[in-house]
Design a protein around this ligand. Structure first.
Ligand code: ADP
Length: 268
């Protein structure tokens, strides 16, 4: 598998206090499912947002498809961003618009402002949006307003919107943090199948260690802005989980009945 994304010594300083990220280096292969785990405030969200420059990294190199993302100016950055889809915890949909309209918004990065403002989409774009919605099990809800959907359905609309961009990489920031276990499993199954059937890489911030273990090819553990673990799930021992989470590890309730219940709900 070829390398799709490579970070080298990426740091982020928001203000004069501590660094939010410190010398972050890792690679993501094409079609890989990679999870980022770590305690609150570790820098997971900052890390994800540096990759598409929603947050400006302070130092280091980010190469996507062999291009140095950190140096791109407006037009080139816009073009590079079409290759990187983003999925949010709170979906970021336009609630009063229909499912299909929200999904087509994913095409805006390819259009000039006028075509975008007038909602001009090609037949091919509309067909592709419908196809993706069918794949995600939303074929019967194309014209429903998004404020009438469940959380799990909204998240599938968010994923569809990212997929119509035809990205090489999906960045998912806590995509199941607001969902019940059943909806979470549906979302994680779809994300996993996107890597295997579409060859798209998925890089996902997760609060749930179980989900990371069950779904990932590679897990990256972050603590205080540094990578403290990078390996396959089978290498993520209890000791290493404790190392990643530090004092928060106790809150994870490892090996409690709740955890086992969560695991059953999320098992593939
Ligand atoms: P996580 O996603 O792991 O919870 P974040 O990336 O949100 O962590 O935060 C990492 C650190 O950066 C925290 O100390 C947080 O307070 C700080 N931080 C995040 N966003 C900003 C911001 N916009 N301005 C200043 N500090 C921020």
């Amino acid at each position: 598998m070829t390398t799709l994304l490579a970070l080298d010594k990426v740091s982020k300083q928001y203000n004069r206090e501590d660094l939010a990220l410190k010398d972050i280096s890792f690679t993501v292969k094409a079609g890989a499912f990679v999870s980022i785990i770590g305690p609150s405030g570790a820098g997971k969200s900052t890390l994800l947002r540096c990759i598409n420059r929603m947050v400006e990294p302070s130092e280091g190199s980010i190469q996507f498809r062999g291009r140095e993302i950190t140096r791109l100016k407006r037009k080139d950055l816009r073009e590079a961003r079409t290759g990187i889809g983003m999925v949010f915890q709170h979906y970021n949909l336009v609630e009063r618009l229909s499912v299909i309209e929200n999904v087509l918004h994913g095409r805006l990065g390819y259009k000039n402002m006028l075509a975008g403002a007038l909602g001009r989409y090609t037949e091919a774009e509309k067909r592709r949006a419908q196809e993706i919605l069918h794949t995600l099990g939303l074929g019967e809800h194309l014209f429903k307003r998004c404020d009438q959907l469940s959380g799990g359905q909204k998240q599938r609309v968010g994923i569809a919107r990212a997929l119509v961009q035809e990205p090489g990489l999906l960045l998912c920031d806590e995509p199941i943090a607001s969902l019940d276990p059943g909806s979470s499993k549906i979302i994680m199954d779809h994300l996993r199948s996107i890597t295997s059937t579409m060859g798209i890489s998925v890089l996902v911030n997760l609060h749930q260690v179980d989900a990371a273990i069950n779904y990932s090819d590679i897990i990256i553990g972050v603590n205080r802005g540094r990578v403290v673990f990078n390996g396959p799930p089978k290498e993520l021992t209890k000791e290493r989980i404790h190392h990643i989470y530090g004092a928060e590890a106790g809150d994870l309730m490892l090996d409690t009945p709740d955890r086992r219940k969560g695991e059953a709900a999320l098992a593939l």
